[in-house]
Design a protein around this ligand. Sequence first.
Ligand SMILES: [Zn+2]
Length: 122
Amino acid sequence: MKLDCCNRCKFYSRSPHLVCTLHPAGVEGDICPDFELDLTIPDDEAVAWYGEQWQPEGASYYGDDLVLEPVQQMTLEQRLDLLDSHPLFTGRCSNCEMPLRQTEPPRVHWDCEYCGWVDDSV
Ligand SMILES: [Zn+2]
């Protein structure tokens, strides 16, 4: 049996087939010994709304974690391309493939001194 308090319990499964994760078939009596108020869930409506709509721009969910993307305007493909070709990661000019060394202090622009390739990705 599902109890009235189940809706606000952190263990409530919100599934038609299970009452909660601790007591799949519910508990005997009117009081659940394991009830714990879930303070992060004000009510079911808010849960649905947050789950579906609330996602700040440039951020995404990985599992339950909200992850802010540092490079928001690039697609995943573009980022992988950058990892493959950018001298910061490869140590080579992406145009002529001459080795480019990291400098001290670390350089921001990886302009090539051999072929004149200009790093415009940063
Ligand atoms: Zn070059």
